[in-house]
Design a binder for this molecule. Sequence first.
Ligand code: 2P0
Length: 336
Amino acid sequence: MPPVHEAAAQAQPNIALVKYWGKRDAALNLPAVGSISITLDGLWTRTRVRFDERLPQDRFVLDGRADEREAARVSRCLDLLRERAGVRWRADVVSRNNFPTAAGLASSASGFAALVTAAAAALGLPLSETEKSELARRASGSAARSIFGGYVEWAHGRRADGKDSVAQCLRAAADWPLRVVVAITSRAAKEVGSSAGMRRSAETSPYHAAWIAAQEDDLAAARSAIAARDFQRLAEVAEHSCLKMHALALAARPGLIYWNGTTVEALHRIRALRGSGVPVFFTVDAGPQVKAVCEPQAAETVRAALAATPGVLDVIECGLGAGARLIEAAALECAA
Ligand code: 2P0
């Protein structure tokens, strides 16, 4: 057998419409609530994993630079795959994002979905999408969703071992090709990451129990809106879930304020557009960027309105896309 075992994969970020916020098991990364997302197109992470029996340790290069901070997380994720394959080989991992890593676009979701997909293939592990979703979840919760394309639900699950807390596709992207316009309002790294923010919210926010209690109703509403392709109903539940997640975080001690002034102004502009008949709604994650989801014919109007909002630094438009998949290593276009 040759000493080198290699594969490459691509995955895309996803944006939650019904949010994940809170964990029921931090070690296994099991969520306190289920969530529903859309996987994006146009933005991607491409990752090549090369297991080499001669390497003394794992190496992780992101966008051309050795990334020490993320290397430990990458190694822990690879350990799960090595354990399944019954090998101890270390790996050389080269990854590239075609979007800014700190832009608040869930680079950990696309990153770990691509890593698991490439590593499983490199090791010759015949894993199902469901098994890949479980492994990706353990590295980063939202990565469980980026294994799948289109409209995706990640289940809360009942089992203590987390085997049923995996994602599945609810509807293909082509069935309802909505567009997403992202308004970048800051390039600063966020002060409190998602995991720490979730922990603080669960421990100190008086709204935590109310958040958990209502999630099933929001999931049911989003599922039925997606099944019926009912934009107005999806808009209502998605904005509600987003604002509720932020209300929970704002009420933590100390309060988590992920928004800046431009974020708030962009939300008002999106609301005003919808009020005037434009099919668009907003969502915001654990950072200041605003994601506007709209019907295709409204994309140009939404893009122009966000670009004209004072303080918006850049606008990125994309569609809905596919799940994680293998690619030729040559497509990576970046040297090791
Ligand atoms: C979501 N977020 O549903 C929510 C809404 C951010 C706000 O999933 O701790 O990086 O690795 O499981 O996946 C971002 O959290 O957190 C996220 P971990 P992750 O999209």
